[in-house]
Design a protein around this ligand. Structure first.
Ligand SMILES: O=C(O)c1cc(C(=O)O)c2c(n1)C(=O)C(=O)c1cc(C(=O)O)[nH]c1-2
Length: 246
């Protein structure tokens, strides 16, 4: 292949394939997630995951509000606003954040345990904040692109629905509503996100940038689980070795 051919943009199909191939790095493959999905986590580990992931849940609509704040395209905003309503709720529909609190309660925690954020690890907070800050500062199309880990989310939610009830009988089945709800929402989100990404990143250089943005988001998700693994599996939460903590 000549150097010029090498730099030609990928077709929409090829570009989509490259984005999908990033699924190899999805947090579904993280050891913590593998353990959780094969019934090997303790109650405390599952609770720790739910409590920490709550910080991601409450940050998503803030991230999406930032995407909208930077987006002058009314058509895109008309679609994008649905994401905020999905999480915050609207009218009689309670929304995803409330559903996540229900998941926490189904796992034996109190509402206060979850909403106080007292179990959120610094590493999780930093990773999630990096995502929100990216959406705040980047061109809105780049922020849209960073949401494309959702390409891989329906599978992860479906696996939890398939596996958790048999492995974790102590979880109240009512708690699974969040995962079910996301199956359709994530598919719809991805359609919109992919459309914007394929339309905006058109040169080979831009397409490669899109892949790096998606990798950044994969790093966010993976790093969250690294922090949880260290705290709840390796038993090394921050400052664990400081003998006399004031
Ligand atoms: O449970 C998961 O593994 C998982 C992953 C992701 C993701 O891939 O970013 C999201 C969600 N869940 C999710 O529930 C959700 O609402 C969501 C929104 C977004 C986003 O980037 O805008 N990702 C995700």
């Amino acid at each position: 292949m000549t150097q010029l051919e090498n730099r030609l943009p990928w077709s929409r199909e090829e570009f989509t394939e490259k984005l999908r191939a990033k699924g190899a790095y999805y947090h579904i493959h993280h050891p913590f997630h593998i353990a959780m999905n094969s019934g090997k986590c303790t109650k405390e580990q599952v609770q720790g995951w739910v409590a920490n992931r709550y910080y991601y849940q409450i940050s998503i609509p803030i991230k999406d509000a930032n995407v909208m704040a930077n987006c002058p395209d009314r058509e895109v905003r008309r679609g994008w606003v649905q994401r905020i309503l999905d999480h915050d709720g609207q009218g009689d529909s309670e929304g995803g954040i409330e559903a996540w609190i229900r998941l926490g309660e189904a796992c034996g925690m109190t509402r206060e345990d979850i909403t106080s954020l007292k179990y959120v690890l610094p590493g999780v907070r930093f990773a999630v904040d990096a995502y929100v800050n990216f959406a705040r500062k980047a061109p809105w199309q780049e922020a849209v692109c960073s949401s494309l880990t959702e390409l891989f989310a329906p599978e992860i939610h479906q696996k939890r629905l398939d596996n958790w009830p048999q492995y974790y009988e102590w979880i109240d089945k009512e708690g699974y509503f969040y995962f079910r709800k996301r199956l359709t929402e994530a598919r719809r989100d991805v359609e919109q996100g992919l459309q914007v990404t394929l339309d905006y990143f058109t040169t080979r250089e831009q397409q490669e940038r899109a892949l790096n943005i998606l990798q950044f988001k994969l790093d966010v998700l993976w790093t969250m689980l690294d922090a949880m693994h260290l705290a709840y599996v390796a038993d090394m939460p921050p400052y664990f070795n400081i003998p006399q903590q004031p």
